[in-house]
Ligand binder design. Structure first.
Ligand code: HEC
Length: 174
């Protein structure tokens, strides 16, 4: 089969127009999908912020059951530069920590606590200790405790169990 030039030109024109038309449809479909995806992606953080994500300290109660106060005592070396642990011990850079579990926050006599920590209110629960020790500056923005935090939940559980042992009558486990 042989085509004349006008025939070929005509065919090319038809094909070009068809491609533009089809391309347009596909393009629209893609843009549409993109928009849906973008909407889905932007919706997620909102959903997440509604959920009590921060208040879910990876089951500190469960971790405490298998934690070791002895291991916590070793971990506590990181804290010793600033904290004493004996009954009636001195406040240093940070307050004495005897019997801190279950005690009111920022209430140790003779220590000038930051407004940030004083403002938190309430007693030191296991959950609050877990959150504070994870990242002090997140739990109480403006806290005077310049300590990065203990990233590992198991380390925190050990340290918290150790803190609990600093008492004549350790508080019941959660
Ligand atoms: C660089 C010094 C420093 C280090 C290291 C440090 N802390 Fe502190 N800590 C402070 C200061 C200062 C405060 C008082 C915070 C405030 O007033 O905001 C504090 C407060 C606290 C409190 C609250 C006490 C209360 O009576 O309310 C606890 C509990 C605590 N620290 C535990 C720890 C543990 C456990 C570690 C180690 C994992 C540690 N800290 C490491 C300086 C330190």
């Amino acid at each position: 089969m042989k085509f004349t030039f006008p025939q070929m030109f005509g065919a090319a024109l038809v094909i070009t127009l068809w491609l533009i038309w089809v391309g347009n449809i596909i393009g629209n479909a893609l843009v549409h999908v993109d928009e849906v995806e973008v909407a889905a992606v932007t919706a997620e953080p909102n959903e997440a912020s509604k959920a009590p994500a921060k208040a879910a300290p990876a089951g500190i109660a469960a971790l405490l059951a298998s934690a070791s106060a002895e291991a916590g005592g070793k971990q506590f070396k990181k804290c010793k530069a600033c904290h004493t642990t004996n009954q009636g011990g001195k406040n240093r850079v940070g307050p004495n920590l005897w019997d801190v579990v279950g005690q009111a926050k920022a209430a140790r006599p003779g220590f000038r606590f930051s407004d940030a920590l004083k403002g938190k209110g309430g007693a030191w629960t296991y959950d609050d200790l877990d959150l504070y020790l994870t990242k002090p500056k997140d739990f109480a923005p403006g806290t005077k405790m310049s300590f990065a935090g203990l990233k590992k939940a198991a380390d925190r559980a050990n340290v918290i169990l150790y803190l609990r042992s600093l008492s004549e009558s350790p508080k019941p486990l959660p």
